[in-house]
Design a protein around this ligand. Structure first.
Ligand code: G3H
Length: 529
């Protein structure tokens, strides 16, 4: 029996007549999205959030807006500006000019401003968390955690940038055959220019700053295109950078319809780098983008292999947390369990016992399972569940859905002919395949188009290492669920899961190019000491 959060038997909201809903989850005095320090980002007359260009909060001349639907209430929660292509052009031009001056700003000063922005962001964690709860139905505590984690990421990035960007390489020519010591090469890291940052809905703040902070410390300017769902959280976060006092036009944020400005942005000649996190749209962006560096993370079908000697309590805890936190809407969620047949019954008993304790309901009440981001997402998940049902999967719980809220569901005895064996539900539905050998598990993992992360549960570190080497994924976690963090660890996907490597250090290095100056001497010169 699943627990329904708090007193709610079903999701039931009181509208106050102005499109605002019960905010009881926030401490008193902290209900501030769009008010107080944030009042200038909202066009109060029309109740539409403004976009950020040339250091100012502006209304689009299009006069149009994009509605953001609250996943829980399924009513319009916020509206943002529908920017035009002409407004994008203006932002690009200004960002290009601002970047030139920023590249000449001393590294320590860039770091100082980033530390300031991090502190302001953390100070405003409650109003930003409020937006996350309302826009993407992230549980209240996780929403606060996302903002705090983002502040920490910015600060770490500032410090890492000071360390690694202050260093270059010094090479001498006589190590290569045919050369005497007549050439000294000084290689340093210089900015790329304008970085286009496109974060996804599930971490609109954190995955935006994981692009913005490395770009800025490396001397680049930023054009941010937030996801529609999550845009208001992003705008609040950008305002924290504004309050920190970054030069105007260095950071810009345009909102609008993908159909109007999506391709226009990604194919814009003013863009020098794209950092994108999201779904397979990234594949089409990579085909259309020009000859510029791309950083992409496009999801995963992370496998969890459980061996006969695994600590089953540990595996069960990680399967439930890794597979179902934020209702499975994480690229690094456990998306398929591959368990050895001999321990499958015992594992499933433990997993199902934990699933029964999960709370289901609104994000305001900090439930474990909250509504998925949109109706179309819920319909997609339902399609996968129905396909598995028709093909004979064992339902460990009864399938239940109310609006966008889907109760957690484990599907046992899944087979390779079921869509759920291969597709990412991005919802609280987790398939389990019983395997007869480790090779079977590895083969299933490697047959996927994705290759983000995977995990293996075993007490034998030697076996774990062999399996890790055999799994074609960017990361393998031994005895823990897949996860991106800590945020300075390298984070990368193989195959359709992405291009390049992220994590603070790798992102900074990705957002620079190497520039060499070679000193040519008339005669060879050797240091004799
Ligand atoms: O959704 C994609 C994120 O990169 C996953 O991050 O492992 O911290 O949840 P996470």
């Amino acid at each position: 029996m699943m627990i329904i959060c708090g007193h709610h038997q079903k999701v039931d909201y009181q509208e106050n007549g102005e499109g605002a809903y019960d905010l009881a989850f926030l401490p008193r005095g902290k209900r501030m999205a769009g008010t107080g320090s944030f009042s200038e980002i909202l066009d109060g007359e029309n109740n539409v959030y403004k976009y950020y260009s040339e250091g100012e909060w502006r209304k689009s001349v299009s006069g149009k807006s994009v509605a953001i639907v609250n996943p829980t209430t399924r009513k319009t929660q916020y509206k943002v500006q529908a920017c035009s292509q002409a407004e994008v052009n203006k932002v690009m031009e200004a960002a290009k000019i601002a970047q030139k001056a920023w590249a000449k700003t001393p590294l320590w000063k860039r770091a100082e401003l980033l530390h300031k922005a991090a502190a302001i962001l953390k100070e405003h964690k409650h109003p930003i968390a409020e937006c996350l709860v309302k826009e993407i139905a992230k549980p209240a505590k996780d929403s606060v955690t996302e903002v705090v984690r983002s502040g920490d990421l910015i600060s770490y990035c500032a410090e890492e940038g000071v360390r690694i960007l202050g260093q270059g390489t010094f090479l001498v020519s006589d190590s290569f055959p045919g050369n005497e010591r007549t050439k000294y090469c000084l290689a340093s890291k210089v900015p790329l220019g304008v970085v286009l940052a496109i974060p996804p809905f599930n971490y609109p703040v954190n995955l935006a700053v994981s692009k913005i902070a490395p770009a800025l410390i490396a001397g680049n300017s930023i054009v941010l295109k937030p996801p529609t769902q999550g845009a208001v959280s992003c705008l609040h976060m950008v305002h924290c950078f504004h309050l920190a006092g970054f030069p105007k036009s260095l950071i810009n944020c345009v909102t609008g319809k993908g159909s109007e400005i999506g391709d226009f942005l990604t194919m814009h000649p003013g863009v020098n780098c794209i950092s994108f996190t999201g779904g397979d749209t990234g594949i089409s962006i990579s085909k259309k983008a020009g000859m510029i560096p791309l950083q992409m993370e496009l999801g995963g079908k992370d496998a969890c292999i459980v061996l006969e000697d695994a600590d089953l309590d540990l595996a069960a805890a990680n399967i439930v947390k890794g597979g179902l936190s934020y209702s499975g809407q994480r690229c690094t969620a456990v998306k398929i369990v591959l368990v050895m047949e001999s321990v499958a019954d015992a594992l499933m008993e433990k997993v199902n016992a934990k699933v029964a304790k999960l709370t289901v309901g609104p994000p305001e009440e900090d439930c474990d399972i909250t509504p998925v981001v949109s109706e179309s997402s819920a319909n997609f998940i339902e399609g996968l569940v129905m396909d598995a049902k028709e093909k004979g999967a064992t339902f460990c719980q009864t399938y239940k859905r109310e609006g966008n809220l889907i109760w957690p569901l484990l599907l046992d005895n899944v087979r390779a002919d079921m869509r759920i064996a291969w597709e990412e539900p991005f919802g609280p539905v987790l398939p389990v395949i019983r395997i007869g050998s480790v090779e079977e598990g590895i083969n299933h993992c490697n047959a996927s188009n994705f290759g983000l992360q995977g995990c293996v549960f075993t007490k034998d570190i030697n076996k774990a290492m062999i399996i890790s080497d055999a799994m074609e994924t960017g990361t393998v976690q031994i005895n823990s669920a897949p996860a991106r963090g800590p945020d300075h660890f390298p984070f990368q996907g193989l195959k359709d899961s992405g291009i390049g490597s992220q994590g603070i250090t790798n992102s900074i290095n990705m957002m620079v190019k190497v520039k060499s100056t070679v000193i040519n001497l008339p005669t060879a010169s050797y240091t004799m000491g």
